[in-house]
Design a protein around this ligand. Structure first.
Ligand code: ATP
Length: 319
């Protein structure tokens, strides 16, 4: 491997810049040429590819988002489009690609690998929904942002004896909501892995009231239900003022935490080392505080994320 491309794809996540920087600087330290691809697979197809220098990644380690840009580009599912993208890389002499993104981006990397173009996947998404890794880049920052918001909502919820529902991102993974609920001291958590039953929730709210709780915070993952309708239903059933807050994209932005910067740097450097060892078609993860790599095809087709049942049980006990 002499020339490596790097791109960020799918939803942006804080720490992606630190990952790009680590790929560039580790690559240069091994006398490789590194090429940045703008706007994910779209830029790959449009040949928006630029040779990176040391200073191309100056002053980005602390910045949220991704300076290379990201894009949704469904056309990449078409083989012809991917073949044209591979042609572009060959034109620049690029012989491997590092993709920082979520599971959709991994699908693109998997398909390029199957076409004989070696890719390395780095998990970059706030959702923590990728198999083969305990944490994804951006999760810790989003979690801290969510907790800060919950703390603020707690102040007003407590002052007004209100029930507050906070909708958190995570797509179909409850990690962000569950950990935010524990760290933010929320009374209830509703996550996709468990689902919820309205009658049980009302019963718990009532039990909380009997225990003397004046307010309540319910943390819920997005896509489960319409939180404004849920709030109206709870208010009607309990006769207690209930408000819903959707945190939305606030959770995706902001400077990455130290933990995300270190994780991203570690994974970015490792991606280059793996390619130098001749290992392509891998995706990187962190498991039990060690960097690991898995077959990217296996990761998508057969590996599943375990559900943190112990944390869920703990949350229930802290109520
Ligand atoms: P997030 O988890 O933050 O949403 P993601 O990587 O899952 O990130 P997607 O929009 O699902 O985000 O995927 C990003 C891009 O990856 C798509 O826009 C597309 O270019 C490419 N991609 C997704 N699925 C496939 C596929 N089946 N084949 C080829 N390319 C794909």
């Amino acid at each position: 491997v002499k020339k490596i491309g790097v791109l960020t794809s799918g939803g942006d996540a804080p720490g992606m810049n630190a990952a790009i920087r680590a790929v560039v600087r580790t690559g240069l330290s091994h006398d490789l040429e590194i090429y940045g691809v703008y706007d994910g697979y779209m830029g790959l197809h449009e040949d928006r590819i630029e040779k990176m220098k040391r200073y191309s990644v100056s002053d980005v380690v602390n910045r949220g988002g991704t300076f290379l840009g990201s894009a949704r580009f469904p056309e990449f599912k078409e083989e012809k489009v991917r073949e044209e993208a591979v042609e572009n890389m060959k034109k620049h002499g690029i012989d491997a690609l590092v993709v920082v993104g979520g599971d959709g981006s991994y699908m693109g990397a998997k398909k390029l690998t199957e076409m004989g173009f070696p890719c390395i996947g780095i998990p970059g998404t706030i959702d923590n929904d990728i198999a083969g890794t305990d944490y994804t880049i951006g999760f810790d920052t989003a979690l801290n942002t969510a907790i800060e918001a919950i703390d603020r909502i707690r102040d007003t919820s407590s002052s007004h004896n209100r029930i507050s529902i906070v909708e958190i991102m995570g797509r179909y993974c409850g990690d962000l909501a569950l950990q935010a609920a524990i760290a933010g001291g929320a009374e209830y958590v509703i996550i996709p892995e468990v689902g919820f039953n309205r009658a049980d929730l009302l019963k718990s709210l009532n039990e909380g009231k009997l225990k003397g709780k004046k307010h309540a915070i319910i943390v819920i993952t997005e896509h489960i239900t319409n939180v404004n309708e849920l709030a109206a239903g709870i208010e009607m059933a309990t006769e207690r003022e209930t408000r819903a807050t959707v945190l939305g994209h606030i959770q995706r932005g902001g400077a990455p935490t130290a933990r995300d910067r270190v994780l991203a740097s570690w994974m970015g450097g490792y991606a280059v080392e793996l390619l130098l060892e001749g290992k392509g078609g891998r995706c990187i993860g962190i498991q039990n505080n060690q960097l690991v790599h898995h077959d990217i095809i296996e990761c998508i087709e057969t590996m599943r994320r375990p559900f943190a049942q112990d944390l869920y049980t703990l949350q229930q006990r802290l109520f």
